[in-house]
Design a protein around this ligand. Structure first.
Ligand SMILES: [Zn+2]
Length: 73
């Protein structure tokens, strides 16, 4: 049985691509992740950061409007 050895030699050794979320071998269906769970986790992280920015801007606008108000005693 040498066919198996030949196939092993012909196949180049390359590191398996890993899921960037949990580090497990990735699946073609969910690449670059290993599962829907990891894909959702990464997407949720991005959305969370995107939502945080407008919230900060709104807070700053509120502060400006307050500072611009005339102060008379
Ligand atoms: Zn994963």
């Amino acid at each position: 049985m040498t066919a198996r050895e030949d196939a092993h030699e012909a196949a180049p050794e390359r590191p398996a691509p890993r899921c960037p979320v949990c580090g497990r071998p990735r699946m073609d269906r969910w690449r670059p992740f290993c599962s829907k769970r990891c894909a959702d986790a990464d997407l949720g992280r991005w959305l969370g950061e995107a939502y945080r920015i407008p919230a900060v801007e709104a807070a700053l606008e509120e502060g400006d409007a307050r500072a611009m108000g005339p102060e008379e005693t």
